[in-house]
Write a protein that binds this ligand. Structure first.
Ligand code: C2E
Ligand code: MG
Ligand code: MG
Ligand code: MG
Length: 288
């Protein structure tokens, strides 16, 4: 319903919009509180060697359940935290927590932590990462930061400088969701990433779609030529695993092996695998 506001213009008057704005405010209020009270938790998803199926590490994934019981996807609350200027506080907490957790794992296991645009561009990011590693005692090579190309979209090229600083610390740097955007190839040329994580959509479609399969083939070949690890995300079926292995993909991550799990479960998982001598796909844990 359009209402004449007397000022010579017409504007929509809608209680639906008002409700959305109200919900948005409530969401932000809850998020602020959750960050202040550290009510955001991390779940860890195994990353597995494609050939031996041995666990190489875990990716830390943020989880948030609101006081009203609803869970909000990290894609959404991370973006909200960015917009509200809360990302540095949240990001620092996530990084510190993931490093501390990983420091308790066997030494051959790494932890991957997602880093968003606002975090990377924040002042003193490299120093804060260095300080976190010192404080938690995690060896730098056991940390891998995952970034997406969106980092280069809105930011200037100084992002490359931050990445170089991180690499100089000895930290691994993965290009996440590779292929989802439009200009990833340029970034691969501009910076020596240590890993490429192939976007899930290709893995999902490769079995049925010849063009997706061709892209997977090309990305695996590209990674080999660059001498970097390539991880396939979102692997859900044995058929996908089989095809990715034959293509020469280095690492696998997906529900076929496990969903993300609470940190407390990791020692049990490792113990189970050690005892059974088996690294075969396990019954997936409930997502969390
Ligand atoms: P991402 O970094 O690409 O993480 C992979 C996402 O794929 C995760 O979703 C994971 O749960 C999901 N996934 C893994 N295996 C499978 C599978 O086999 N099938 C399907 N359908 N999905 C699978 P999640 O946890 O909802 O996270 C979504 C995104 O939110 C992440 O994408 C990442 O970009 C962002 N995110 C999550 N945690 C953090 C964080 O701590 N910091 C930042 N900056 N971003 C985060
Ligand atoms: Mg990631
Ligand atoms: Mg990804
Ligand atoms: Mg992502």
């Amino acid at each position: 319903q359009a209402k004449h506001d007397g000022g010579g213009c017409y504007r929509f008057y809608d209680t639906g919009l008002k409700q959305i704005a109200q919900e948005q405010r409530a969401l932000l209020r809850d998020l602020r509180e959750a960050i202040a009270e550290k009510n955001i938790v991390l779940a860890y998803q195994p990353i597995v060697d494609a050939q031996t199926l041995a666990i190489r590490g875990f990716e830390a994934l943020a989880r948030w359940r609101r006081p009203n019981g609803g869970s909000v996807s990290p894609d959404r609350f991370i973006r909200l935290a960015e917009e509200a200027g809360l990302i540095e506080e949240l990001g620092d907490w996530i990084l510190g927590h993931a490093c501390a957790e990983a420091a308790t794992w066997p030494e051959m296991l790494k932890v991957a932590v997602n880093i968003s645009v606002g975090q990377l561009g924040g002042r003193g990011f490299i120093q804060r990462v260095a300080e976190t590693l010192r404080r938690t005692g995690l060896a730098p090579h056991r940390l891998e930061v995952e970034i997406t190309e969106s980092i280069f979209m809105d930011a200037d090229t100084s992002s490359f400088g931050v990445l170089e600083g991180l690499r100089d610390l000895g930290v691994g740097i993965a290009l996440d969701d590779f292929g989802r955007g439009f200009s990833s190839l340029g970034f691969l040329r501009g910076f020596a990433f240590s890993k490429i994580k192939m976007d899930m959509s290709f893995v999902r479609d490769m079995i049925h779609d010849r063009r997706s399969a061709a892209v997977v083939h090309a990305v695996v070949g590209l990674a080999a030529d660059l001498g970097v690890v390539v991880t396939a995300e979102g692997v859900e079926t044995l058929e996908q695993l089989d095809q990715l292995r034959r293509q020469g993909c280095t690492e696998i991550q997906g529900y076929l092996f496990s969903r993300a799990m609470p940190g407390e479960r990791i020692p049990h998982l490792l113990e189970e695998l050690r005892r059974s001598g088996s690294v075969e796909p396990d019954a997936p844990a409930d997502d969390y």
